[in-house]
Design a protein around this ligand. Structure first.
Ligand code: ATP
Ligand code: MG
Length: 188
């Protein structure tokens, strides 16, 4: 008898979506960055999001949805706004992950993140011990000098979103492009 591959793992992450106003401002930031940097794989504006938790390859959809429900039980809507351009430094002066930070309801966001980590840990997902730095990734392997950093940081940002839920996404690479498909949404 042939034993078929029953592997049904998916690459999953939980994220907060952005408002149209945020996407408009981020499109401007992304364009300004492209014009001032070299290299880089830029994130299409429709794919931009705030990752709450990367889950990686898993098939535990039911447990994850259940953890999301539990984590959101005592959470109420809160506001987040775009803050400023920044980056994660891979190597000083070298290639960087370019991003925009967020401001506003950071305490609420931190409580939500912790509730999600705890609910996932209860269901056997090992805790992510890295400090949670909420951000929106603009691009990876982006190269530019400090003058550009200063210039990028001066772009005024004010767009907001009311966070009223979290979404579980599947991440698939299709012909070299990332496609994120929403699988489950938990509202609060
Ligand atoms: P690519 O990997 O091609 O650059 P991507 O990072 O957008 O594309 P995924 O790797 O599937 O696609 O990641 C989905 C989301 O999870 C992204 O927001 C990504 O930044 C985040 N993510 C991925 N890996 C990790 C990780 N190890 N820790 C924290 N967040 C992660
Ligand atoms: Mg990745």
């Amino acid at each position: 008898m042939t034993v078929y591959d029953t592997e049904v793992n998916m690459r999953l992450f939980i994220a907060i979506g952005l408002s149209d106003g945020m996407r408009r401002e981020l499109a401007g930031v992304s364009k300004a960055l492209k014009e001032r940097s070299s290299g880089g794989r830029f994130v299409p504006v429709e794919n931009m999001h705030i990752t709450l938790r990367f889950l990686g390859e898993t098939d535990a959809l039911y447990d994850i949805a259940d953890a999301m429900r539990e984590a959101c039980r005592d959470i109420r809507p809160f506001t987040l706004a775009l803050s400023e351009y920044d980056f994660f430094d891979k190597a000083a002066g070298g290639k960087r992950t370019a991003l925009v930070t967020v401001r506003g309801g950071l305490n609420e966001l931190s409580i939500l993140h912790e509730a999600l980590e705890a609910a996932l840990a209860d269901r056997g997902f090992p805790r992510d011990h890295k400090r949670y730095v909420p951000h929106i990734t603009l691009g990876r392997n982006v190269e530019h000098d400090e003058l550009v950093t200063a210039e990028m940081k001066r772009i005024p940002l004010s767009a907001e979103t009311t966070v009223s839920g979290i979404t579980l996404f599947e991440s698939v690479r299709v012909r070299g492009r990332m496609v994120y498909t929403p699988l489950h949404r938990e509202r609060f």
